[in-house]
Design a protein around this ligand. Structure first.
Ligand code: DAH
Length: 350
């Protein structure tokens, strides 16, 4: 019997030392396999008498059961260990801080728009928004822009569906149509006073927004921004334009160290017309003339299309490029950076 106890003990020891399920199955074969120690003992019973077989067989069976129990226990232990290892490997550390949403900020051009609105707001200008899909009438005809003007060509303008053959729809090529839209509303509101010769409050408005042209390079984008300005009253002269725009530029760039030049030019909707250039007297751009806007005294035909008498009403208008103003203010040299949506660029303006 001591022999059986020794076999059971050595089986338990072999199982306990099997590091993996495969090792455990090999160890099992040594005791319970075809040529295993227990199997050999069974075979050795053939020569025994019936009574001996009974008692010897019962004893071997007990030993076999003890070995099987030990085997199951070890199998379970190895399976549990494997499960624990897997759980550990797949564990999620819920104590890690979460990934926070990055803090957003306004687009640099939006920052410029806000500055423009604040500065002109402080000078008593209203802010108006208008449609980006515009009719040919507001974009060209009402602005005294003749049929054969190059801006009307398919090469320069995005025509879109809708509208009629004689008055097609297009993506507005400038914010100037807002001069007409805003003035017509204003005049309608004060029509009876105007007709009675009492006059009207002055029209003073800026109209910022998106504009579109078939154009694309480092300084031109098919979509860009403009901001229109309009001041119409009974005695609004070129002198007022110079004063207002100079004041604006000095506020916008936070510098008195810049001068303006009104360079004679042509626009169908103004007479006379001028391009406005600025020159910084110090800093990295010092000495260069930089074009920032078109401007002029509103053409009598445009005043008429607003529903006003050009003998009595007069004013100035200008159209500037907020994209350009943003580039100058922050020293950006490629317009496309504004519209690529690259967070590394944009986050610098937060
Ligand atoms: N609309 C013109 C353009 O896009 C800019 C412009 C010039 C606007 C003169 C004006 C103006 O209001 O008076 O080139």
């Amino acid at each position: 019997m001591n022999e059986l106890i020794a076999i059971v003990d050595s089986a338990k020891a072999a199982f306990a030392h099997a590091p993996t399920p495969a090792d455990l199955e090999n160890a099992k074969a040594l005791f319970l396999g075809k040529a295993g120690r227990i199997t050999e003992l069974m075979k050795g019973m053939a020569a025994l008498s019936v009574d001996e077989k009974k008692s010897r067989g019962a004893a071997i069976n007990l030993a076999k059961q003890a070995i099987e129990a030990a085997l199951h226990e070890r199998r379970q232990a190895l399976a549990d260990a494997e499960m624990q290892a897997q759980l550990h490997a797949e564990a999620i550390d819920v104590s890690l801080p979460g990934r926070l949403r990055g803090q957003g900020g306004l687009h640099p051009v939006s920052l410029t728009m806000e500055r423009i609105e604040a500065i002109f707001g402080s000078m008593g200008f209203d802010v108006a928004q208008g449609p980006e899909i515009e009719s040919d009438w507001f974009n060209f005809t009402a602005l005294n822009t003749p049929e054969d003007h190059p801006a009307r060509s398919m090469h320069d303008t995005f025509y879109v569906e809708g509208g009629s053959e004689s008055a097609p729809n297009l993506l507005r090529t400038h914010t100037s149509p807002m001069q007409i839209r805003y003035a017509v509303q204003h005049v309608k509101k004060h029509r009876s006073a105007i007709d009675a010769g009492l006059g009207m409050p002055e029209i003073r408005v800026i109209a910022p927004g998106r504009t579109y042209r078939v154009d694309s390079d480092a300084t031109h984008s098919p979509m860009f921004h403009q901001c229109e300005g309009l001041w119409v009253g009974e005695n609004v002269s070129f002198k007022d334009l110079k004063f207002v725009f100079t004041d604006f530029c000095r506020s916008y760039f936070e510098s008195d160290d810049l001068v303006l030049r009104f360079r004679p030019s042509f626009f169908p909707f103004t007479e006379p017309s001028a391009e406005i250039d600025i020159q910084f007297q110090s800093g990295p751009l010092a000495g260069r003339w930089l074009e920032v806007a078109g401007s002029g005294e509103v053409h009598p035909n445009v005043i008429r299309n607003m529903g006003l008498d050009p003998e009595r009403y007069i004013g100035f208008a200008f159209g500037m490029g907020p994209d350009r103003l943003t580039m100058l203010r922050y020293g950006v040299n490629d317009l496309r950076l504004f519209f690529d949506g690259d967070i590394r660029f944009l986050s610098q303006f937060r």
